[in-house]
Design a protein. Structure first.
Length: 274
């Protein structure tokens, strides 16, 4: 049986001290001690019961004392879900967490302590409540229609796929109906997270803008790339690989030292090809 691996940033958390880190000859960032933070459950600065960016800033000395040299933030963009892996604004901060200015201060203070910051970048799909999708689903002439993947309900290939999947208990139909429309949209992770269409040059350019915004305007050091395997379907692995090579080259234009790590749950030979 092939061993499945997850290509993720390694996290070493339990009671780690600077002395321990030095004794174990931990490598320099990014191959060192990195700490994952789910912001809303970490540190609350204003007593509303929700962790926030200012709370993280107040804990930077604590993290430094632990030996942390890199922080991976789970999604911080606006989102209707608790996990925030369905983004409604790629250029914003969830209001429960604070403001862009709060985040800039957090990064500046982290850098003073030689702590790098990477953020989760969720670009395989958006939220179904993203303004792009809300406009696209109701208007076939929307400038954002091409940002998503559509098919007509009577398309023979779509109907065949649905029949095959219906008889396969380990799979599901990922084409979702739009009320009042003859068209379906594709969503790998559920109807609330419609997949983005990377065959669209406009969409690709938009995502380059998003990445460069956080690197240059805000100052993050890199990205954890959610669902990196699923940018294109499984039968297009070459396109998937080319996309990430292209994305990396564009991000390096903004920061030559940018760090990118892709999330890929798959056998080792699949991971190697992405």
């Amino acid at each position: 049986m092939k061993k499945s691996i997850c290509f993720l940033l390694l996290l070493f958390l339990c009671n780690l001290s600077p002395t321990f880190a030095q004794d174990q000859n931990v490598s320099k960032w990014p191959r060192n001690v990195n700490y994952e933070i789910f912001v809303q459950s970490f540190a609350d600065s204003n007593g509303d019961g929700i962790g926030d960016i200012n709370g993280m800033t107040a804990k930077l000395d604590y993290l430094k004392d632990l030996g942390v040299e890199g922080i991976w933030l789970m999604p911080i963009n606006p989102s209707p879900s608790y996990h925030k892996y369905d983004v409604t604004d790629y250029y914003g901060i969830h209001p429960d967490y604070g403001t862009i200015e709060d985040f800039k201060k957090f990064i500046a203070e982290a850098h003073k302590r030689n702590i790098k910051v990477i953020m989760d970048m969720v670009i395989n799909h958006s939220s179904s409540k993203h303004p792009w999708f809300l406009d696209a689903k109701d208007n076939s002439n929307s400038p954002y229609r091409d940002y998503y993947v559509w098919t007509h309900k009577d398309d023979p290939q779509t109907q065949m796929a649905a029949k095959i999947i219906a008889g396969d208990s380990d799979n599901r139909n990922r084409w979702n109906k739009v009320e009042g429309s003859d068209y379906l949209f594709y969503s790998y992770f559920g109807r609330n997270m419609p997949d983005l269409n990377y065959d669209s040059p406009k969409l690709r350019e938009e995502m380059f803008k998003v990445g460069k915004f956080w690197l240059t305007e805000i100052g993050v050091d890199g990205f954890r790339l959610d669902a990196a395997r699923h940018i294109f379907p499984d039968d297009r692995p070459t396109d998937n690989h080319k996309w990430w090579v292209y994305f990396r080259s564009e991000m390096q234009k903004a920061n030559k030292e940018v760090y990118l790590v892709g999330e890929v749950w798959a056998p080792a030979d699949v991971v190697a090809g992405i």
